[in-house]
Design a binder for this molecule. Structure first.
Ligand code: NAP
Ligand code: HSE
Length: 410
């Protein structure tokens, strides 16, 4: 099997490393050597730690995509426009494609899977969700036997790493982000990690598979961890809660809601124990009840491991041509199916402003309990995420410095 590797950063170098160390095993098991014959990079002159690869590097993608000796393209350059163009071109040329690129998959999954099916080739993307966790393959298998009603997960290593370091080591947001970038967890543009976009993409992919629908990034509402400060973390710690960025999708009466937002887990839950770049995903199905997946959600070798698992499926031809079952036409309903008690914190010295806030919440008929006297920090009764969106919109219009998170039961 000859591989053209597009991208030689965190994930690409991991793929080369794993293939290099396991090649003897591949030969013994599958009677076929696995070889990376060309590598696409942006900057050929960049200093790289790996020796003996200079002859493989190119900055011209089509030198790889048009090479008839190459059977499989591994796309790990990231971004959308060029990655999508190269993946599509490779499939059209009759090559198998393996990618870790959730940005492309969350937007173009249906089209690319159909193209792969037409060409009788594989389009596999295990590494796009949950890093090293074997997740999509078992999920799509169990989808044949189960109706899933809920899927939720801590699905972004970088934001979870930042929250863990702010909570446990008292680091600032930027200090923790800097370390996550050094570790290779963050996206090229880390705002995707921080603002919830990355989880929204992963939730779109997971819920498309689990709910047998076509759910794209545009169907998922999301917000991130940008408004959380150290004070929120310490108030919540005293109350026995930890903040996590969670993606959750729910099905009820043929309707689907998908939302990414900060949530509070009690410190007695398993989700609360998911720290650093680890991810955890829970799915609820009629046969399985609840199934949980846990593992490293980002990083060089964990992610590369998932990419190489897909390559083994190509090698052994154990992939399905179009693995999403599209049997239901559920309606996407915004966030109306997501309910919970919300923690709200507002920083304001202005007593009139706080009075206005109290009046606004009272007028909406929402009861709450006040947590501390100094600042305005409350926990509401159970409300829908839609009601909470309306409240947040009003606070934004009042230019308030505030944070809110839903209390998530395990
Ligand atoms: P990265 O470290 O930034 O590496 C990107 C590589 O692609 C670099 O080698 C870069 O070349 C090359 N590249 C970028 N744009 C290019 C272009 N337009 N033309 C040619 N080459 C280009 O990225 P990464 O962390 O490995 O992530 C790659 C993909 O995997 C992304 O889609 C990401 O979302 C996904 N992913 C990453 C992780 C993770 O933990 N890092 C986990 C799961 C999924 P140079 O080396 O010359 O700069
Ligand atoms: N930036 C992503 C994360 C990489 O931190 O989870 C893994 O998809």
């Amino acid at each position: 099997m000859k591989i053209g590797l597009l991208g030689f950063g965190t994930v690409g170098t991991g793929v080369l490393e794993i293939i290099g160390t396991r090649n003897q095993v591949f030969k013994e098991l599958y009677k076929e050597p696995v070889e990376i014959t060309k590598i696409l990079v942006k900057d050929k002159g960049k200093k790289r730690d790996i020796e003996g690869i200079d002859g493989l590097l190119t900055t011209n993608a089509y030198e790889i995509l048009d090479d008839p000796t190459i059977d499989v393209i591994v796309e790990v350059i990231g971004g959308v426009a060029e990655a999508y163009e190269y993946i599509k071109y490779a499939l059209e040329k009759g090559k198998h494609v393996v990618t870790a690129n959730k940005a492309v998959v969350a937007l173009h999954m249906k089209e690319l899977l159909q193209l792969a099916a037409e060409k009788q080739k594989s389009f596999l993307f295990e590494a796009s969700v949950g890093g090293g966790i074997p997740l999509l393959k078992p999920l799509r298998q169990t989808t044949v036997l189960n109706d899933f009603s809920e899927i939720k997960g801590i699905l972004n290593g970088t934001s979870n790493f930042i929250l863990t370091k702010m909570t446990e080591d008292d680091l600032s947001f930027n200090e923790a982000l800097g370390i996550a970038q050094e570790m290779g967890y963050a996206e090229a543009d880390p705002s995707d990690d921080i603002h919830g976009t990355d989880i929204a993409r992963k939730l779109a992919i997971l819920s498309s598979i689990a709910f047998k629908n076509d759910i794209s990034l545009n169907n998922v509402k999301y917000r991130g961890i940008e408004k959380i400060n150290k004070e929120d973390i310490s108030i919540l710690k005293e109350l026995g809660y930890t903040v996590k960025l969670l993606g959750k999708a729910v099905v009820k009466n043929q309707q689907v809601s998908a939302l990414v937002e900060p949530v509070l887990f009690k410190n007695t839950t398993q989700f609360e124990k998911v720290n650093n770049a680890y991810n955890m995903v829970s799915v609820k199905g009629n046969n399985l009840q609840e199934l949980r997946f846990y593992g490293e959600g980002a990083g060089k070798l964990a992610t590369a491991n998932a990419v190489v698992c897909d390559l083994l499926d190509v090698l052994t031809k154990s992939y399905e041509k179009d693995f999403i079952i599209r049997e239901s036409q559920r309606k996407l309903t915004g966030v109306s199916l997501i309910l919970g008690k919300y923690f709200i914190r507002i920083n304001s010295e202005n007593a009139d402003q706080i009075k206005k806030v109290e009046g606004f919440i009272y007028d909406k008929g929402i009861n709450y309990s006040r947590l501390i006297d100094k600042d305005f920090a409350i926990i509401t009764e159970v409300v829908s995420a839609i009601e909470m969106e309306e409240i947040a919109k009003e606070f934004d219009e009042m230019n308030l410095d505030f944070f809110y998170g839903r209390i998530e039961k395990e």
